[in-house]
Design a protein around this ligand. Sequence first.
Ligand code: AMP
Length: 222
Amino acid sequence: MRIALFGPPGAGKGTQAERLVKEHDLTHISTGDLLRAAMKNETEVGKKAKEYVTAGDLVPDEIVRELAEDAIAEHGYDDYVLDGYPRTVRQAEWLTSFLDEHDAPLDAVILIEVADEQIVERLSRRRVHKETGENYHLDHRPPPPDVHESLVIQREDDRPEAVRKRLEVYHDETSPVIDYYRGNDAFFEIDGVGNFETVFGRIEAVLEEATPAQVTDANMAY
Ligand code: AMP
């Protein structure tokens, strides 16, 4: 199964992707995680990406394209959930062609919708485990007591200024990707408001409906 999760920052893509991974034995491919790892390891990509990520801007398309395509290839072009890619129409077009070339188109593109006000609230209360990258929410999913507080941090791009920037970028650059996929039978929209299990149930329902191999260049609406 080849799935792309799509939606604004803080829509829950990462946590839902983790659950899909466990439930369906998939690989989680998150360009955000790949970039954070590259930054932590101070690789060339990490150094180039840092200023964009910290400011809440998009990293140039060419850089993330390579990260995403390499990861998909590494995992044999199948059984993955993409999280945070594609984020521009250019990335989406590249992805469709890349997957078509390997005869492995996406089975489902799922948009998780959450309103801006809720995003700001969620991200201001989000914390992450410095080492494992696990996400917490101070009210709804607090860090367990055995995790020392020095390990629980706020992502630099979850600070209010960067969140505002990320939302602006989402509306300007990423929303057009919705129009790119809309109209395709493999595109689904779900309500991302509700508790984790409820939203996961909506994703599972959509996956039951999805039939294989539908996002191909041949049946794009453009
Ligand atoms: P995320 O963890 O998905 O919220 O991503 C964190 C940050 O990484 C984003 O705010 C961007 O700066 C960068 N990023 C992740 N995925 C992409 C992408 N597909 N295109 C451009 N930048 C990305």
